[in-house]
Design a protein around this ligand. Sequence first.
Ligand SMILES: Nc1nc2c(c(=O)[nH]1)N[C@@H](CN(C=O)c1ccc(C(=O)N[C@@H](CCC(=O)O)C(=O)O)cc1)CN2
Length: 425
Amino acid sequence: MISRIPRSLQTFNGKFMPLFSAYTQQHHYSTSVISNITSPHATTSTSIPVPPQSTTEIEPTHTATTTLLDKNLDLLAKINETQNVINKKPKREPIKLNGTLLSNHIIGSIKKDVEEFKANSGVVPQLVVIYVGDNKQIESFIKMKKRASESVGFKFTLDKYDSSITEEQLIKQIQYHSEDPSVHGIIVQLPLPEHLENHKIIQSIDPKKDVDGLNSINLGQIFLSKKPLFIPCTPLGILELFKAYNIKAEGKNVVVLGRSNLVGRTIATLLSQKDMTNPCIMGGASVTLLHKYSTDIDQHLKQADIIISATGVGGLIKKENVKKGVILIDVGISHQIDPTKKSGYKLTGDVDPETYSRSIAYTPVPGGVGPLTVAMLLRNTLKSAILHYKIQTNRMNRQFNEKLQQKQLEMNIKKRNSKKVESKE
Ligand SMILES: Nc1nc2c(c(=O)[nH]1)N[C@@H](CN(C=O)c1ccc(C(=O)N[C@@H](CCC(=O)O)C(=O)O)cc1)CN2
């Protein structure tokens, strides 16, 4: 029986000492400056911040050096710290929040947990991706999920359908996977073709296998400030990034662009909440959710301490739109024609890279939030496999105990009857 919480399902709290905070101690940032994500450009602090040096990337790091990956992260942290001490340049560089590195670290940890889980339970976690249509970009996301799933030892099943499939047919297939005990996670790759209604399709997934966290049971729990079984992967990835880099949203002005359940509405809800019993402990922010009908977008952006953008409009946010010291979390991915690239295009985010120089920290595209989405999908799938295993073993234990009690009852009756016969004789 697996009773302890696997490493990969634990938060980074207490386990991670991000270099971000290690380095602030060393350089005498007042903790209020950093823990409140006030920009080092801001002048509200009483202690004078010493700027980071030529190294612009502050890596999330780990204090418990147990694996090679952990050791690599520690090494990177030490190199950064040393550089910070040696090169005391006055120029303050924005910090690149390295989603790829953090994601690799999390995936490494999940791999170990999967090995342990398999050895103890004999169960191989299985993720099923339902995909309708024919789109190269979407297929590249699915490939990433397949590669990552197989790298940690999951079984990965792609259930692909032609765009002509009807809602009824698709729902039947999802119900089939929902009832299959060897399947632990089911996701419907989005977007779906227009004739298929997202909500109806996603609702047909068993909430206990809804590892994208998008059906009404899981989202409903989030909106009620209750613990859901699964938090949608991109918002969960953003929270993970905040934890690893010690970014606290409490009391901050957060502006979210885009109101999808997949990202915008969900992260806006999570960051506005403050409930210590919830995994969303990084909340407590004042959140503004902007969308295509919003007016005064520029004014809202200028007020933001943290901007989370998930519009898919490449280069939407420009240098002049943001205040100095903002934190930029870019969830948008779009393609820009680039003849210098072999593929003929380059990936761009919602944030124009020129904007980074005004920020205290930013996620790049690629290499920011995207890789964390995949890591969180793996985490949710392992969580589901463990949950199903526990449910099954509990059910088996209950059945065994019931049978045992029944047998004992029968034996007692037999004994009593034979005693009665003996006493009569
Ligand atoms: N059912 C879902 N559909 C979609 C989701 C989702 O979470 N669940 N999210 C996005 C797409 N997506 C996963 O499905 C996804 C997007 C981006 C990345 C990623 O790692 N991007 C890389 C760059 C990738 C590249 O080189 O092409 C990065 O940003 O560094 C992973 C997953 C919409 N649909």
